[in-house]
Design a protein around this ligand. Structure first.
Ligand code: FES
Length: 142
């Protein structure tokens, strides 16, 4: 929605001049409903990579598609949107099988989608996932 860029810019500049250090600790996180761009999650099946890339008990983060794919101990693939359920930031870090949100530090289990560290309280959104011709395909309708 078009805003009043000159007015808000003046406000920002005035605020910045009055408190020059106030904004330095803020993150560039996108918040749904705040007018910024929100990370997207697949709305159709997307081909992610080779099935062999995800070993049992491991996970792989596909940043370009905001999807993580994990394979449990039984060999079953799981896929989740990596749009953080706290305030919509795209999660960009996978340490082992733990996803870490850059905005406020929420952590999720990439094999189950569950929250393992607040402030998020809701699990990641699960996505359908399958393999086709040796490739992992995830997203609605997969
Ligand atoms: Fe706040 Fe992810 S958006 S922890």
């Amino acid at each position: 929605m078009p805003g009043r860029p000159s007015a808000s810019r003046r406000s920002v500049l005035r605020g910045a001049a009055a408190t020059p250090l106030a904004g330095l600790g803020l993150t560039a996180c996108s918040v749904p409903g705040a007018g910024g761009s929100v990370a997207a999650t697949p709305t159709a099946p997307v081909e992610l990579g080779a099935d062999s890339e995800v070993a049992k008990g491991s996970a792989k983060l596909y940043r370009d598609h905001d999807v993580v794919v994990g394979r449990d101990a039984h060999g079953t693939l799981k896929a989740y949107s990596t749009v953080c359920t706290h305030a919509g930031c795209p999660i960009d870090r996978l340490q082992g099988t733990t996803l870490i949100c850059p905005c406020h530090g929420s952590e999720f289990d990439a094999l189950t989608g569950k929250v393992v560290r607040a402030p998020a309280t809701e699990p990641l959104n699960a996505l359908p996932v399958r393999t086709a011709n040796g490739k992992i395909v995830a997203g609605p309708g997969a």
